[in-house]
Design a protein around this ligand. Structure first.
Ligand code: ADP
Ligand code: MG
Ligand code: MG
Length: 913
């Protein structure tokens, strides 16, 4: 691979063009990086004998070359393309540019990961005033020939020559020309299929005039020039705005590039025994095993997606073209058997014969992914480990998202129904335009984007919205596609909606809804409700957390449990939780957490009137006074810990001693200071002075963490006593207790030692007082670079490390999380950082600190226990890294626990593969 990159980067040699057709292919399905998803899929379908029109793929390396060399091509590309065309000509018996039997081709983009709607396709390339006559004569179908020609001029004019809607225009200029002609000649909007050959001929003429006027040059007549122009446009589209936005959202590196596919045309527009469609081998919204898709008779493929006409469900083909339907069913079976996954494919029927134009793993909702994986194991199509891998961890929370409360939904008024394209429940204030939806979301409104249909320009608005509702469009509409991909709640094709963009209203069922009014959509049932319908926990949450018996009987719940069981079988790392209360602990355990990885004790100083004692402690002048104040806190903390230990039922708990800067506990306004002064019977000035004294320029790097416990050992002593007394009490109740005391922000071994000595001393005191033996550990958080770099020294004292990757990222990058919002988005745009380092661990930088600490820690103490308790513990991508460096566990917030379990299992499975 490395060698290949090298030769092609020099551009002098190398294979740039991969042929497919006639049951053979140079490439195969495994070559997505080089051939793009579409090219690899076409090659693989050829290999397994599916009917694919012949063609060739220009590799993604040529795209990279193109951008590295001022938008030029490697010299050997041209001869290889000519050879490719010759091969297509041989297989089809047609000739490119021939006036008697012209070969027409499509030019299609295809990136490694499919980027639907992002790149532009050109069909019927190779037509000019001469070849069109040849095509008409050869087929005896002038309407068809001229329909192809007008489509070609229109697409090419748009995509390659840039004749597009201008700011001041409401409609695409080519569509305006069509509209005008229809009204001139028929005085109404007739269907495109009703246009006569002469109408189409006239359209071509007018289109060309439009091109000349807008682009300032003649429409190219030479097929070869047309081809090179189209190839350039596909490569050029890799850097268009839409593609860039999409790549950013899905973290697709721009280096990947796109491939170009040049393929012989097959024609879905020759008449009533022809058509085009898209289909899924199973239902990608809810996972049901049924043939799912749609088609249009007498149409080319772009009509299906463009929403010009409303497609029919694929089942209708059964009566209309039974042979073709049978063939599609056979193909559906073949695809699943071969790819062992649900396929999303595109086909064209030419005079009753089916041709395959694309296949890929179908995008699916989390619900469908779960059902597919369960069903396919039952069908023995895949094994259970593959089933685990098939559920995207970062989508799993879709399954935990609330659904509409059944009773509320019954009472609510259904005002329309549509296609259930994205399962789940969403309520929001409606907006009819993407920009206004984004603005509203920025104002923290809950937004529902309502459109007649969506297009890629609406993407930002769709991302910002809770849910998407459209009046038009079927399973292959843009809205449905995005819903599957992003897990958005979506109802599409709710045709009862009368949407008026101009008035910004939606009329339905005799009512009018204005922008800002509330609607609710049920993307599982395809229902639209007036107003705001209350939600209830998903069946999984209801079953696990609330123990709801009915919920436990649902297929969703059972499948989820099965999946989690497999996860446990596969995983090496365990999953703990970040929890500070018994309730959070119980929830997390219901989700399968096997202990607490981080119990923050801050709130134990805050709640109720504890804060008064805390403030007293901070304001005290003497150790005695401080101790007296702390003594008031002790019983509270002891109770808190006892509650948590009971909830844990013997599972371990990592308890972090006080961490935040002290000034966070003091009142800051003069009024609050006066109040406190009165309560405590001291002068307000004294409080003011102490607050001033504690003020810091960089609290994040200031008097906090173990620095507090070192300056005020009485605080740590009190906390240790609270932990151990609680442990003794709960242990006496017959519950096993396993506290792991964690000292925060350690950078020097001596810091830990000072606290360690104190903890052990208090432990012996309590054990002696209570005449009991306690099982506990003391360890540290690794969250400053010095701690990571001197981990060998620290491990002499620490029995465990827990990586505090939030602070380790802040201190490792020298970047405050709370202040990074002003520049981080720009950094992401410039690709200085590929992902937000506070969400996904920066492997090469911060990750290296983790690796160093792991290696050094283990070198000193072989069995040192290693975990991670930062935000990254719930992030699938980071979890994969933690598996790689060999941590023992990750800790995530309670509702992220299932995600972490799935991600940990997947990381373990893929590390063995
Ligand atoms: P996208 O990536 O947006 O799906 P495609 O390259 O798949 O774009 O092209 C869109 C549609 O154009 C296809 O689904 C198919 O219907 C039609 N198409 C592409 N190539 C051909 C071809 N060689 N013959 C007939 N139709 C084609
Ligand atoms: Mg396609
Ligand atoms: Mg920290």
């Amino acid at each position: 691979m490395a060698k290949k990159t090298k030769t092609s980067a020099s551009g002098k040699s190398g294979k740039h063009v991969y042929l497919f057709g006639g049951g053979k292919a140079d490439g195969n399905g495994g070559m997505k990086p080089l051939l793009g998803g579409k090219g690899a899929g076409l090659a693989e379908m050829c290999r397994i004998g599916l009917p694919v029109p012949p063609g060739f793929t220009i590799t993604t390396e040529v795209c990279t070359y193109y951008y590295d060399h001022k938008r030029t091509y490697p010299p050997s590309l041209k001869p290889q393309m000519q050879a490719g065309l010759a091969s297509i000509e041989r297989i089809t018996g047609k000739k490119f540019g021939d006036v008697k039997n012209p070969l027409l081709v499509s030019v299609r983009s295809g990136a490694r990961d499919s980027m639907p709607g992002m790149m532009d396709t050109i069909l019927n390339l190779g037509l000019n005033d001469q070849t069109v006559e040849g095509l008409a004569t050869k087929t005896g179908n002038p309407r068809f020939a001229w329909d192809c020609y007008r489509r070609f001029v229109q697409m090419y004019g748009d995509v390659v020559l840039g004749v597009q809607k201008r700011e001041d225009e409401d409609h695409e200029p080519f569509e305006t020309v069509i509209h005008t002609l229809k009204h001139e000649r028929y005085h109404q909007d007739i269907e495109d299929t009703k246009l006569s050959p002469d109408d189409l001929k006239e359209l071509v003429k007018r289109f060309k005039a439009l091109v000349k006027q807008r682009a300032g040059k003649d429409f190219p007549a030479s097929p070869w020039d047309q081809l090179m122009g189209a190839v350039g446009a596909v490569f050029g589209s890799w850097m268009n705005d839409r593609a860039i936005v999409y790549r950013r959202k899905y973290n697709i590196p721009s280096e990947w590039g796109t491939a170009v596919n040049v393929q012989a045309m097959v024609y879905g527009n020759t008449g009533d025994r022809s058509g085009s469609g898209v289909a899924f081998t199973r239902n990608p919204a809810n996972g049901v095993k049924e043939f799912y898709g749609e088609f249009l008779i007498n149409a080319q493929g772009e009509d299906v997606v463009a929403g010009v006409r409303t497609p029919e469900p694929v089942a209708q083909l059964k009566s209309h073209l039974p042979k073709a339907y049978q063939e599609l069913e056979r193909i559906r079976q073949t695809l699943e058997k071969h790819f062992k996954d649900v396929q999303d494919f595109e086909f064209t029927i030419e005079d009753g014969t089916v041709y395959m134009l694309q296949t890929r793993n179908g995008k699916r909702t989390a619900m469908a992914a779960l059902k597919f994986s369960m069903d396919m194991v039952k069908e023995k199509l895949i094994d259970w480990k593959t089933a685990v891998m098939r559920n995207p961890a970062d989508q799993l929370d879709q399954l935990l998202a609330p659904v509409f409360d059944a009773n509320e939904a019954k009472k609510a008024q259904v005002i329309a129904t549509g296609l259930p394209a994205g399962p789940g429940a969403a309520s929001g204030q409606i907006y009819l335009n993407a920009n206004r939806a984004v603005d509203a979301a920025n104002r923290k409104e809950q937004v529902l984007l309502v459109r007649v249909e969506t297009s890629p320009e609406d993407l930002r608005g769709m991302i910002a919205a809770e849910g998407i509702l459209t009046a038009r469009g079927g399973v292959s509409s843009h809205a449905a596609l995005v819903a599957r991909q992003m897990g958005k709640v979506c109802v599409c094709g709710a045709s009862a909606l009368d949407i008026d963009y101009h008035a910004r209203t939606v009329k339905v069922d005799g009512k009018t809804f204005k922008e800002g009014d509330w609607l609710s959509i049920d993307g599982t049932a395809g229902k639209v409700f007036a107003g705001r319908v209350a939600t209830a926990p998903s069946e999984i949450v209801a079953g696990l957390v609330d123990g709801n018996a009915a919920a436990k009987q649902t297929e969703k719940f059972k499948s989820f449990q099965q999946l989690m069981k497999w996860c446990d079988q596969a995983t090496r790392m365990s999953v703990r939780t970040n929890a500070d209360t018994p309730e959070q602990t119980e929830n997390a355990m219901a989700f399968g957490a096997v202990g607490i990885g981080l119990c923050r004790t801050e709130h134990m100083f805050f709640e109720g009137n504890r804060i008064d004692a805390m403030r007293e402690m901070i304001l005290a002048d003497t150790v005695e006074a401080r101790k007296a104040a702390l003594a008031k806190l002790l019983p509270y903390q002891r109770d808190d810990f006892a509650g948590i230990f009971r909830a844990l039922k013997g599972l371990p708990a990592t308890i972090r001693f006080l961490d935040p800067p002290l000034h966070e506990f003091l009142p800051h306004t003069p009024e609050q200071q006066k109040d406190l002064a009165k309560k405590m019977g001291i002068p307000a000035e004294k409080i003011h002075a102490r607050v001033e004294q504690l003020h810091e320029f960089n609290p994040m790097l200031g008097f906090r963490g173990c620095r507090l416990g070192i300056d005020f050992p009485e605080i740590s002593e009190m906390q240790a006593r609270a932990v151990f007394e609680a442990a003794a009490i709960v242990q006496a109740e017959g519950v096993k207790v396993r506290p792991e005391i964690m000292i925060p922000l350690v950078g020097f071994k001596k810091e830990l030692d000072l606290q360690l000595e104190l903890v052990h001393r208090v432990a012996s005191e309590v054990q002696a007082e209570r005449k009991t033996k306690l099982n506990y550990m003391v360890g540290t958080m690794i969250e400053v670079p010095r701690g990571a770099l001197t981990a060998d020294e620290i491990a002499q004292s620490a029995e465990f490390f827990s990586f505090g990757t939030n602070d380790l990222t802040q201190t490792g990058l020298g970047m405050s999380r709370d202040d990074s919002g002003s520049f981080l988005p720009h950094y992401a745009e410039l690709e200085i950082v590929k992902k937000n380092p506070f969400a996904t661990i920066d492997r090469t930088g911060v990750g290296q600190l983790v690796e160093i600490a792991v290696t050094k820690g283990r070198a000193t103490r072989k069995d040192i226990k290693l975990g991670i308790c930062g935000e990254h513990g719930g992030d699938p991508d980071s979890i994969q890294f933690f598996e790689k460096v060999g941590l023992d566990y990750v800790s995530a917030s309670p509702y992220r626990v299932p995600v972490a379990r799935l991600a940990a299992a997947q990381a373990a499975i893929s590390s063995k593969r």
